[in-house]
Design a protein around this ligand. Structure first.
Ligand SMILES: [Zn+2]
Length: 283
């Protein structure tokens, strides 16, 4: 059967239940555990499921290979460092002879190597898009060429990400609606949005956050009517309040899935999504 996958970054099972969002819940739904190999250590202490490694696992059905797990521990997000780097780059970047100073300060030019934050690493492994001839992928992490974990380079404040995430979400919804509206023949389409993740980090528990959950539920209501076959909704992790903050959020240790058709495939972990998609495509 035809398979449509909505990848919704950070969609939280508990909140879908609490708000009674029946369109997102669909016929069958539940939580998925996140393999240890998808976690990374945080610079500020503790550990958290890391978005690209979670999506890599969803797409391939296997935990990330060692080479990708190694990279997770050295790529810390550091807002202060990012800000300094941007300012230095701005004031010194174009001045000849200053490069050595930058190097001494630790700003070495990055070598050309695989970046989990932007390269389509899922293509190095068998993945759901290999199961059929002409898949449709919209901004899918670790698969689409244009996907970036940090879509805005010159970010001074993470709140700036929110309008970006809204716009990207709007484009995703328009894209999916247009494909479905034209009854384009496809076997597998997957589209991705990060809007709930970005709002989860900055606006957890706020009205703006809840509003975007309700809008997502309405979107699913609209598309599910037009879908023939399986509609799978899946997230890479959920969200919880960041201790000591009013509206800060952090990734929780389980993900969400739902299907419009109850499938006879055990769904317990992110690694089970691949088999579900395969089964549906073969049905
Ligand atoms: Zn994520």
């Amino acid at each position: 059967m035809q398979v449509t996958v909505l990848g919704i970054d950070g969609l939280d099972h508990g909140l879908v239940e609490e708000l009674g969002l029946n369109n997102l819940r669909q016929a069958a739904h539940g939580v998925l555990s996140i393999p240890d190999e998808c976690y990374r250590e945080l610079a500020e202490g503790g550990r958290s499921p890391w978005t690209p490694l979670c999506w890599l696992t969803i797409l391939t059905g296997q935990v990330p290979p060692e080479e990708y797990r190694m990279a997770r521990n050295i790529q810390f997000d550091n807002n202060l460092l990012e800000a300094i780097r941007w300012h230095l780059g701005r004031y010194l970047g174009f001045v000849k002879g200053k490069r050595k100073i930058l190097w001494k300060l630790g700003f070495k030019p990055s070598r050309a190597k695989t970046s989990i934050k932007k390269d389509p690493i899922a293509r190095t492994l068998p993945n759901i898009f290999d199961l059929i001839e002409e898949p449709i992928a919209f901004n899918v992490p670790t698969y689409s060429e244009n996907w970036r974990i940090n879509p805005m380079k010159k970010l001074m404040n993470r709140l700036e990400l929110l309008p970006y995430a809204d716009e990207e979400d709007r484009l995703m919804k328009a894209y999916v609606s247009s494909v479905l509206g034209r009854v384009v023949d496809y076997d597998l389409m997957m589209a991705y949005t990060r809007v709930l993740d970005n709002y989860g980090h900055q606006m957890y528990g706020s009205e703006q956050y809840i509003y975007r959950y309700r809008m997502m539920d309405l979107f699913v209501k609209e598309v599910s009517r037009k879908i023939d076959g399986l509609l799978l909704i899946v997230s890479d992790h959920g969200f919880r309040r960041l201790e000591g903050t009013e509206h800060g959020g952090e990734h929780s240790d389980h993900a969400f899935y739902s299907t419009n058709i109850a499938m006879d495939v055990p769904m317990n972990s992110l690694t089970d999504v691949y088999a579900l998609v395969k089964r549906a495509l073969e049905t």
